[in-house]
Design a protein around this ligand. Structure first.
Ligand code: ASP
Length: 405
């Protein structure tokens, strides 16, 4: 996409978000009438996810040429995910201890809400979720992790076949390029899509005044989450400059459409096609981005990890339960696990938080306290999730390049 049209699209999306915010604020529930437009945008993006992930991972991994290089790239990616997620949870714990958002919160509000079930989030379930007996069924259910694992193994196998593997690899390379072309076309729906998503969601919350009221009710909690997310964004920018040696402003400019889409859709999976396009425009090493982004969108969720830490401490404080340092370390580890287990879909983190609460023996009903504004904080944390993936691609790309030279 040309630079000029990229800038035009960016401005149009910004205008869409602002207009969506104003319309949802002023006209509240009547903006639900435009929800279908937002659904159209998200559905169009989701339509690309499975073929894009498969084509991207297979062409990225097979393009490495030598299976041993996969180990190095995988090692860099997993170390990046683990370090940044742990930093994110630590910032979350710090913010919750500084702000003490749950102190003095009345337990009456929201506690009647049904508490979510843990689902498949134990450590063994997490390992089992890496494989699926039927890859077509996994694709039909959009279970990305088993698809990614299958594609990595398949691409590694193809790259050992020499000439005989070439036609299949070439097929997936073309499929990837075709999908990226479709992403460019769907992008033109984005300004209208983000407008509709923001306006209708604010409308569903009862309009601007109702939302401000809910936000004020949980003001300290929201402030702790948002200031934590901003601090983590600063850490990511630092990593971008120091490890990937990139100009922060320029990189952010390329990622802006993806970040705005993440904020509007609250789904890092639905945003993945745009994250890929942004990182491509920024000129990140092709193999790194094709491998790191799909995996990152599925398991690397810094924003979610940070939010889970703040939320769990908030619940403990609201119940008047003091979590010791050792218990906070349990939160550190389980929130990391819960973030890995969360799918890249709206409010997934709210469900996987159950494992953190169970690990430190807190009442699951406490989640009810957070529900009123979770839709909004979900958008903020998803934006950081996507930024973390984009920075990861640049860092891994640059480490690989340095290792080659
Ligand atoms: N909505 C988030 C995402 O898609 C996950 C979550 O924290 O709920 O990245």
């Amino acid at each position: 996409m040309k630079i000029l049209s990229e800038q035009k699209l960016l401005l149009a999306m910004l205008a869409g978000i602002v207009a969506g915010g104003i319309s949802g604020y002023l006209w509240g529930e009547s903006m639900l009438a435009v929800q279908w437009l937002g659904d159209l945008f998200i559905t169009a993006l989701k339509m690309l996810i499975v073929p894009l992930v498969a084509a991207s991972v297979i062409s990225g991994v097979a393009g490495l040429g030598d299976v041993r290089r996969l180990g190095r790239m995988g090692g860099y990616a997993v170390s990046y995910y683990a370090c940044t997620t742990l930093i994110a949870v630590s910032i979350g714990l710090l913010m919750a201890n500084l702000w003490q958002p749950g102190v003095g919160v009345s337990l009456g509000s929201g506690l009647g809400a049904p508490s979510p079930k843990a689902g498949d989030v134990g450590i063994t379930d997490l390992i089992l979720s890496l494989v699926h007996p039927n890859i077509v069924a996994a694709a039909a259910d959009m279970k990305l992790l088993p698809i990614i694992v299958f594609c990595i193994a398949f691409a590694a196998a193809l790259s050992t076949l020499g000439e005989r593997g070439r036609p299949v690899i070439a097929f997936f390379e073309s499929l990837n390029d075709g999908m990226m072309k479709l992403v460019e076309w769907i992008m033109w729906l984005a300004p209208l899509g983000v407008f509709a998503l923001i306006a209708s969601r604010l409308g569903a919350a009862g309009g601007g005044e109702a939302f401000i009221g809910q936000l004020a009710g949980l003001g300290k909690y929201a402030a702790a989450v948002i200031s934590g997310l901003l601090a983590h964004a600063a850490v990511l920018c630092l990593l971008l400059a120091m490890l990937a040696r990139r100009r922060i402003g320029e990189y952010l400019g390329h990622m802006a459409t993806a970040l705005m889409t993440a904020f509007s859709t609250a789904s890092s999976s639905a945003t993945l096609p745009l994250t890929m396009e942004g990182v491509q425009l920024a000129g990140v090493d092709e193999k790194a981005r094709r491998f790191v982004l799909p995996l990152g969108a599925t398991i690397n969720m810094d924003g979610t990890a940070l939010y889970e830490a703040v939320a769990v401490l908030f619940i403990a404080q609201a119940y008047g339960i003091d979590l010791s340092f050792a218990q906070q370390m349990v939160v550190l580890l389980t929130a990391t696990l819960a973030a890995i287990g969360a799918a890249g879909v709206p409010e997934a983190g709210l469900v996987t938080m159950v494992i953190v609460l169970e690990a430190v023996g807190l009442p699951l009903e406490g989640i009810g306290l957070l529900l009123a504004i979770d839709w909004f904080l979900d958008r903020c944390r998803t934006t950081i999730n996507v930024f973390g993936d984009a920075v990861g691609a640049a860092v891994v790309g640059s480490l690989l390049a340095r290792n080659r030279s």
